[in-house]
Design a protein around this ligand. Structure first.
Ligand code: AMP
Length: 218
């Protein structure tokens, strides 16, 4: 099964995509995680992406297309995947359809998680990330067991550099301008499943699984 997670920053895409990928035994492909890792390792890709990421802007489509094409060609993606944070522009969505159709494949479902702007700012300013396993925490809704430390790895949690209020507002603007048109694009294909993000992680997850199983039944 090939799934896409869509939604503004802070909607809970990463958390839910991870839970769904574990449940279905499919790889989670987070373009944000791939880019952050590239920045950390100071690779060529990281050098290209860093300034855009720090400003809350999108990394250019050309860079993203080759990155994702290469990742989807890896063996673990043959049975399917859960894309988290990709596509984010119409050219990315069209290119994804094209590369899949060449392999006689297609996106089976798009999960849209929605959340209000003020809630996004509130959530992201309280978000912490494990630099090692990429695990996500929220100091209010989903805090680590020991303050400031990842439950899984025991390493110190960090705040993402783009989780500052100014950058968050810019990311929301970019989402509205660049990514929101994808809602119509996937709606027209009849594969969009909308899920409100209220009620907490454990409430949202079964709603998503239910929608996915309906998509599966066609
Ligand atoms: P995320 O972790 O998904 O919020 O992504 C963090 C940052 O990585 C974004 O603000 C962008 O700068 C960049 N990024 C991630 N995915 C994409 C994408 N599909 N297209 C362009 N830039 C991206």
């Amino acid at each position: 099964m090939r799934l896409v997670f869509l939604g503004p920053p802070g909607a809970g895409k990463g958390t839910q995509a991870r839970m769904v990928s574990e449940k279905l035994g499919l790889p989670q492909i987070s373009t944000g995680d791939i880019l952050r890792e590239a920045v950390r390792r100071q690779t060529e890709l990281g050098a290209k992406a860093k300034a855009y990421m720090d400003a809350g802007e999108l990394v250019p489509d050309g860079v993203m297309l080759s990155l994702v094409d290469a990742r989807l060609a890896e063996a673990d993606c043959h049975r399917g995947f859960v894309l988290d944070g990709y596509p984010r522009t119409l050219p990315q969505a069209r290119a994804l359809d094209e590369v899949l159709s060449r392999a006689k494949q297609r996106i089976d479902g798009v999960v849209l998680i929605d959340v209000a702007d003020d809630e996004v700012v509130r959530r992201l300013s309280r978000r912490r990330v494990c630099p090692q396993c990429k695990g996500l925490y929220n100091l209010d809704a989903d805090p680590p067991k020991v303050e400031g430390v990842c439950d899984q790895c025991g390493v110190e949690l960090i705040t993402r550099t783009d989780d500052s209020e100014g950058t968050i507002r810019n990311r929301l603007e970019v989402y509205r301008n660049e990514t929101l048109p994808l809602v119509e694009y996937y709606q027209a294909k009849g594969i969009l499943a909308g899920v409100p993000s209220e009620g907490g992680i454990q409430k949202v997850f079964p709603v998503i699984m239910e929608k996915i199983s309906r998509l599966r039944q066609g």
